[in-house]
Design a protein around this ligand. Sequence first.
Ligand code: FBP
Length: 550
Amino acid sequence: MEKSALQIARAAYQPKLPKALKGAVKAKEGKATESVGNQKEIKELFPNTYGMPVVEFVPAESENNEAVNVGVILSGGQAPGGHNVISGLFDGVKSLNKESKLYGFLMGPGGLVDHKYMEITDELIDEYRNTGGFDIIGSGRTKLEKVDQFEKGIEILRKLGIKALVIIGGDDSNTNACVLAEYYAAKKYGVQVIGCPKTIDGDLKNEQIETSFGFDTACKTYSELIGNIQRDCNSSRKYWHFIKVMGRSASHIALECALQTQPNVCLVSEEVEQKQMTLDDVVTLIAKAVADRAEDGNNYGTVIVPEGIIEFIPAIKKLIAQLNEVLTDPATGEPREFASAEEQIAFVKSSIEADNLAVLESLPADVARQLCLDRDPHGNVQVSLIETEKLLSRMVDTKLKQWKSEGKYCGKFSAQHHFFGYEGRCAAPSNYDADYCYSLGYNASRLIASGKTGYMSIVKNTTAPADEWVPGGVPITMMMNIERRNGANKPVIRKALVELDGAPFKYYASHRDVWARKTSYVYPGPIQYFGPTEVCDRCTLTLALEQGKK
Ligand code: FBP
């Protein structure tokens, strides 16, 4: 495969490792832990993996350096840095013992169940160091949650002599990793399961996990593009750009992009929910910004829309919750099957409550259809398919026309639409993600060597220079609570939504009135890989604000 000059230079980049991982380590254990909610139920469900301590790796004289065969799985949506997790893990297991082997299961968790795998060799890994994408072994969204899958898995793990499995995924995949760890521990199968926090959405974080990998690079990529649009917008001064950014539920990406680019409007789903806003309230908020700027002679602007917003409008959220219930077969817990889309829509309409039906029918026909029909394998509405940016601009246009008819000055309104999601998920990882991911993978090898299972690999203090980063592990059960999913109560990792009393949102809220009216755009430009550290190694503004570093 031919490579660009940047790719060649980038391949030679040696990711930074925390000083604590540069020699032999031992696990320093904290106190017994509790889950974040429903302690009694989680303890009962995870008798072998509940209550374990948080661990931190500290220097040691020597460590367990027996050869170990390890398997790795990339699960769910792509996120920049996945290849570096695997290269860190590869280097980590080889540094323990040269005879260790790393096997990659192909196309996600399904590869484990279907026994599709490949050995990761020196030559192979060297092709992928510091590159974006998950293409080294591919990814997939098969849910690993049934006993027959676990049993199929153990067959191939035994055949390959694999003693530990690393699952690189988001909250759902790490929940399943924990269920698998518990199952193998209960059965005494002798296979450890370690998770790794991945998702561009940034919603797998808590007191132990500073950020999920990929969030940094994806937000920098989208912010570069939003900055370019803002410069175009400020040059021609004739369009309002509606820019939807990914983030299935949480608005972390939208908020981070707003902090980096200072648009006229950024919607934050969590605020919409907290203020119990209706779709009309959201439309009015944007239309007001358009009319206010028109008064100043500015018939242009930018609006950032988080992908998941539709699910946070309380009336629509209630509707979706009922759709999820009625579209799940209570006997199997699986999505119900229908002969045709029309049959499915008719079933939905006859099964939901009257107030939910009224909300469904108030929506534009294409959006209503989308809500009734599409689900991902986890049973979630596929929000990335709903064209919210177009829906909102259409409704803003109608609102402005109505205001004009009532005599209000609204200027001219002409809209352009964008959706940034896939553009950022496979970008070459920023230095932050390249270093963070390599450290997460290397650190996973130390969790394995210390005999841990049901843990997630973590690296803390990442706003400091990499030397001072703190590697360790957090028991996955510690992050769990019980939530209603697809018509049933399930133990799941609690998703981190944008906190309205957190520093990133507060910073945005204290500036947004000025940004809404006055053109205050910032143009962040492309990710830089070579150059001054304050340009190349900076973290997201979200993380800097959360840690009081801005
Ligand atoms: P993960 O949570 O699996 O990392 O994926 C997140 C995401 O990128 C969302 O932002 C988006 O809604 C979704 O994946 C799109 O999924 P798909 O790749 O299946 O279209």
